[in-house]
Design a protein around this ligand. Structure first.
Ligand SMILES: [Zn+2]
Length: 478
């Protein structure tokens, strides 16, 4: 599979070539943990998951890092030098809890939601508050290179000194100069300069010692410092939502390149378009605002939400609605039905039935993750299987080929089959044997072994074992 991706930096679809053959270093902008992430945030996180899975399906090894922003993301973040209040601090004040508690509470909720949506865990989830030293080092390096300066306890980046500023977003320095806000404080050399480090006012809840006095790091500095530390420069792919292009990623490029002596820092920048709900921008006031929890409470399953949020190409707007969830539910049900029909046949060596579907599927995924193009052969195969089954013409060789495609090509990428469908025959035998061993352990009053087996079942298959008056029962967790 030769994968092509649309690089925001060039505006073109380019063949993907990893820096180290066979390996991919991927950084995805993660959540700011001051509230539950909404479905728009999760569209972006699911895209990053899809990308990782497609790269792995193509045989590449992926190292993925996703940051947890627990300080420095200000409320007015549409300008490079954001203003307003720290989002975590504001929430901490409103809920009257310590800001670290707020951050940990919503970080945990984020991981729970990720699990519900079957997002594969990243290799690292660095927290901004745990990389303050690296962010101070970045500011120091930029000062030493002449790209930054200290003013009244804050450190600012000299934007005009980096001539390529604006290359990612298509903003020219001239346009930015014309549109720049008039600064009130006047401590900056130029209105376009943005903060790497902010002086903390006494009432700022999260602050650290620095060579410039007490303060806290800027949001853009965080992603540069953590991606550089954990992936090194340059790395292959950086993803985020389209609202991250400017100013966030533009500033990251400026920081990375100017602190590394002009090295190109990231080869491919990929951005996910916005999501609409019922044709309108999602907002709390419009009553069309959803978190993952809201949808789960309404009875939708994680895999249905996953499928609905993945169903549009990442560079086109997704119009989300309850109807799209109904469609996702119906689509999954059809795939499950075909899967079941195949399982009901006698096992035989597979024939070439699935090959043409597989070829079309791989071609579409490789072509800039064309999801609709990849789902077309999946549903064509499903239709053909169901038709053959209805006519009682589904033979074992065809069924085995179809099963192989659904379980080993479709599911590793889309991951939306219900858990019980995913457990194959071999695993079923393993599960049975573990359950028997657990009964034996309990009869022998070996509670440690019984607990160990319970944990293994939960870890590997999400199986929950209960001990009741009639003995041991088990089910697959939702
Ligand atoms: Zn970021």
């Amino acid at each position: 599979m030769e994968i092509k991706l649309t690089n925001t930096l060039s505006g073109k679809k380019e063949p993907f070539r990893p820096i180290t053959p066979g390996k991919v270093k991927l950084y995805s902008c993660g959540p700011t943990v001051y509230d539950f992430a909404h479905i728009g945030n999760f569209r972006s996180f699911l895209f990053s998951d899809l990308l990782k899975r497609v790269l792995e399906y193509a045989g590449l090894e992926v190292k993925k890092v996703m940051n947890i922003t627990d300080v420095g993301h200000l409320t007015e973040d549409d300008a490079a030098d954001a203003g307003g209040e720290d989002k975590i601090s504001r929430k901490a004040r409103a809920e009257k809890i310590d800001p670290f508690e707020i951050a940990r509470k919503y970080e945990e909720a984020f991981h729970e939601d990720e699990k519900k949506l079957r997002i594969l865990p990243a290799d690292a989830y660095p927290r901004a508050t745990e990389f303050v030293e690296e962010q101070i080092d970045l500011a120091k390096k930029l000062i030493a290179a002449g790209f930054a300066y200290e003013a009244h306890g804050s450190v600012y980046f000299r934007t005009k000194k980096f001539e390529k500023y604006g290359q990612l977003s298509g903003n020219s320095l001239e346009n930015l100069i014309a549109g720049a806000r008039v600064e009130v404080s006047g401590e900056k050399e130029d209105p376009l300069d943005f903060a790497l480090w902010k002086r903390a006012e006494p009432n700022h809840l999260m602050q650290w010692e620095s060579p410039w006095g007490k303060g806290f790091p800027g949001w853009h500095a965080e992603c540069s410092a953590m991606s550089t530390k954990l992936l090194g420069l340059p790395f292959d792919i950086h993803t985020g939502g389209e609202d991250n292009i400017f100013p966030h990623h533009e500033c990251e490029i400026a920081q990375n390149e100017c602190s590394s002596g002009g090295k190109k820092s990231v080869n491919y920048w990929l951005h996910v378009k916005h999501l609409l709900v019922d044709g309108k921008k999602m907002s709390k006031s419009a009553g069309n605002f959803y978190t993952i929890r809201d949808l789960l409470e309404k009875g939708w399953k994680g895999e249905e939400i996953r499928f609905a949020l993945l169903s549009a190409h990442y560079r086109s707007t997704l119009d989300f609605s309850m109807k799209s969830l109904e469609q996702a539910r119906a689509s999954i049900a059809r795939i499950v039905e075909a899967n079941r029909a195949c399982l009901d046949t006698e096992f035989e060596e597979q024939n070439d039935f699935a090959e043409k579907y597989r070829a079309e599927y791989q071609q579409a995924l490789a072509d800039d993750l064309n999801v609709a193009g990849a789902l077309a052969p999946v549903f064509a195969l499903v239709s053909d299987v169901l038709k053959l089954n209805a006519e009682q013409k589904l033979d074992g060789a065809t069924a085995s080929a179809a099963l192989d495609f659904l379980q080993n090509d479709f599911d590793p990428v889309f991951d939306c089959l219900p858990r019980e469908v995913k457990v194959n025959e071999l695993e079923k035998a393993e599960i049975e044997s573990l359950l028997e061993k657990r009964v034996a352990a309990r009869n022998a009053k070996n509670w440690a072994e019984s607990d160990r087996i319970r944990d293994e079942l939960a870890e590997k298959w999400d199986i929950e074992v209960r001990d009741g008056p009639d003995g041991q029962t088990w089910r697959v967790k939702e």
